[in-house]
Ligand binder design. Structure first.
Ligand SMILES: Cc1ncc(COP(=O)(O)O)c(C=O)c1O
Length: 383
């Protein structure tokens, strides 16, 4: 089969199964509004949970960084791209989260790939929560290790798998807050099972860091668990992008030697590292923002009980409405758009078949009126 017929067949398959994805050019967005060429929408699809993407102190830190360092890092951290700004941020993260070391990556996707690819060998196995983010699953699938999946948030299922023999090392993998369901992993139980069996735990806390726990230190801190590998990302509550791996000295040194994503990729701009440092400070003193977010979550959940869609067990900023049917989720999303509200439908394969949903995210920037407006529109919807 030629290239063109292969591509054309794959594309028509996508169209036929209502899985067609489209990007659209937006003017800008923040934790509350999305500005498109058609006008302004209330934004309930943003991961900018604390509104830090437009925080003046964070913007100013980036500007000062750009003045001082220029706008790019000029190379991988192993060549010229590791500056004082990177080093200070790594130290700040390690101190804040109480780990010996932090290593910066350019994205959460890259961190998950870079860590798993470097650590795992053919004899090893990864046992991951079956709803773990695509970046974790893909890293596991592409690694030489075997991938086993335990039932979502069920430590007993993990225990059963851990009891089976493996000649190599085992890495247990989960998220802190699940990106598509918003529910929290029972990290204390998972960690205990992992430790009893002499293995390591890796937690991707992309959606918990900044939001959960004292000073926003995340899901692990909140549940008094210190996994051997903690991934935090800066594209959500920090309002920026990038990621860090928190670990012990030996693991950090190993990753510096073996993680190809660190060695062969241009490091994040130093100005960005400086902006992330400021975002960490905002998060540390951000109790008021977290309280506002919590009020919005409570308000949404109270009102959403009356809707004809299922909520998940989430107590976090991610509050999906499970619609089930792909077409219905799309028409609900389009209907809301006509009402000036932006909520994207999430369909398989991003979520399991039959669980298409509106992934509603709440932020500290939303007002009570914003939530009332969303609820009114949802009550009025008739399929
Ligand atoms: C749980 C989780 N891990 C990793 C990522 C990837 O992070 P990044 O956007 O920084 O690549 C995401 C992003 O959506 C995520 O939700």
């Amino acid at each position: 089969m030629g290239w063109s017929s292969y591509l054309s067949r794959q594309l028509s398959e996508r169209r036929d199964t209502s899985l067609w994805r489209q990007r659209q050019v937006n003017q800008k967005s923040d934790g509350r509004f999305l500005y498109t060429n058609d006008g302004r929408y209330l934004n309930f699809s943003s991961n900018d949970y604390l509104g830090l993407s437009t925080n003046p102190a964070v913007i100013s830190a980036w500007q000062q960084g750009a003045e001082q360092y220029g706008v790019g890092s000029g190379g991988s951290g192993h060549i010229t791209g590791y500056t004082k700004a990177h080093q200070l941020l790594e130290q700040q993260l390690a101190d804040w989260l109480d780990y010996p070391k932090a290593l910066l990556f350019i994205s959460g996707y890259s961190a998950n790939q870079g860590v798993i690819a470097a650590l795992m060998t053919k004899q090893d196995r990864i046992i991951a929560d079956r709803l773990s983010h695509a970046s974790l699953m893909e890293a596991a699938i592409h690694s030489p290790a075997q991938l086993w999946r335990f039932l979502h948030n069920q430590p007993e299922s993990l225990t059963d798998l851990l009891a089976r023999p493996c000649i190599g090392k085992t890495l247990v993998v989960t998220e802190g807050v699940f990106s598509m369901d918003g529910d929290c992993a029972p990290l204390a139980d998972i960690y205990q099972q992992t430790r009893i069996s002499g293995n390591w735990l890796m937690v991707d806390d992309a959606h918990g860091i900044g939001i959960c726990g004292e000073q926003g230190r995340g899901s692990c801190w909140q549940q008094k668990v210190k996994p051997e590998i903690l991934i935090v990302t800066f594209g959500k509550a920090f309002g920026l992008s990038g990621a860090a791996v928190l670990c012990d000295e030996q693991t950090a040194e190993y990753l510096i030697q073996y993680s190809r994503h660190l060695i062969y990729s241009t490091s994040m701009p130093p100005a960005q590292a400086q902006a992330i440092s400021e975002a960490v400070r905002q998060i540390q003193s951000g109790d008021e923002l977290r309280q506002r977010l919590q009020q919005n979550i409570n308000d949404f959940r109270r009102q959403a009980q009356k809707l004809p869609f299922n909520l998940t067990d989430s107590t976090t900023a991610i509050q999906p409405l499970i619609v089930g049917n792909n077409e219905l989720s799309m028409s609900l999303s389009q209907y809301l758009q006509q009402k000036g509200i932006w909520v994207k439908a999430i369909r398989p394969p991003t979520v399991p078949p039959g669980s298409a949903r509106l992934r509603i995210t709440l932020t500290a920037s939303h007002t009570q009126q914003d939530i009332d407006m969303l609820m009114e529109a949802l009550y009025e919807f008739r399929s």
